[in-house]
Design a protein around this ligand. Sequence first.
Ligand code: ADP
Length: 409
Amino acid sequence: MRIFVINSGSSSMKHTLFEMDQEQVLFSGEIERIGLEGSRHTFRTNSNPAQSKDLPVRDIGEALDEVFSTLLSQGPVSSLDEIPAVAHRIGHGGKYREAVRIDRDVIDEIRRMTPMIPLHHPAMIIGIEECVRRMPKAVHCAVFDTWFHWTIPDEAAIYGLPYHYFAERGYRRTGFHGNSHAYVSAKAAEYLDKPIERLKIITCHLGAGASLCAVDRGRSIDTTLGMTAVPGLIMGSRAGDVDTGLIPIIMKEDNLSPDRMIEMLFKQSGLIGISGVSRDFRDVDTAAQAGNLRAKLAVAAFCYQVKRAIGSMLMALGRCDALVFTGGIGQNSPTVRARVLDGTEDLGFRLDAKKNTQVSLTDTAPVADISAADSRTRILVVETFEELMMARQCLKVLEGTKQDRIEQQ
Ligand code: ADP
């Protein structure tokens, strides 16, 4: 069974083709800077090393054309008809608790949830429509970032607003990055050679978007993101937690419309808002090291917020057997990891400074233990693999559909 996974971002598209019998990657890659100057397609097959092509890619349709023509020319399949299913990453599932086969109702629900994650959903919807047009015979599934967090208990999920927002509108902490938190916590358990049912794990997904999750015996019981993709940690361009009382005050003072405020919270805040330099962590860190004070403050605030959030998750779990760093920043920045854990030795987090700086994850070694021998908590760096989690979810939908058909006969 082959499954193609598509992860459409606001200006990028990641893609992976799996052979699910052995969970083998046949083809994978990413198109960056869609609709911008300097777009590039980087890809590799299971038999060839990474290659890249610089070419203009104006929109998601053109991105898919490029992906499919490269896929066919590279040889893992000779026709798109050999791919019976596609998994599309969707941020917020709304009423859907698990991955589903896409139909009109599903598209309507994804559209209804667009305000919760406005930078991502429009591109994701176009990604689905353009892909269905090019692969009309395939089964298309939506895999939601929110699925992993439905186990968060009401007391942790409810907001202190009038009750009907919770009961009738369904506004609760739904969280995001579910595929990543689920994958890296399972991978950590596998690495530690312990059943996940016995472990309490804190996962830190630190990328352009960032969130923490408290994973109690394999189930999410709390996370830092919410109904929207804004709260919790400072992110690349998203604000993270803000005094909610300030929002209407700023709107009144600066005469901002709701749409303008949304734009500020999602696009002009976080690392770029504080530093004025970039939404990309590396750029901000480079500026900080060159002495830019606002960049220094942004990096310090980011690390502090991760530290504080780990504290909350630790109390929610009551114990932490493993702390996992993942995502572009979590996997690649020893400085962030060291700053986050600085001064937490008495709480059980003791880093091995040398191991921390020598992490080098590969496909065959996707986990590194960076904890000191006497650390109460194992501190791990795990390469996330959201696409594999998505392919597994999609496979479950296909198997469920098959089962339904057998039962109906
Ligand atoms: P996305 O959410 O788009 O998948 P990623 O998980 O790829 O994001 O993370 C992107 C972030 O990771 C960017 O802010 C980037 O600067 C940061 N990053 C990537 N490599 C490094 C590195 N070597 N050191 C620090 N940060 C890094």
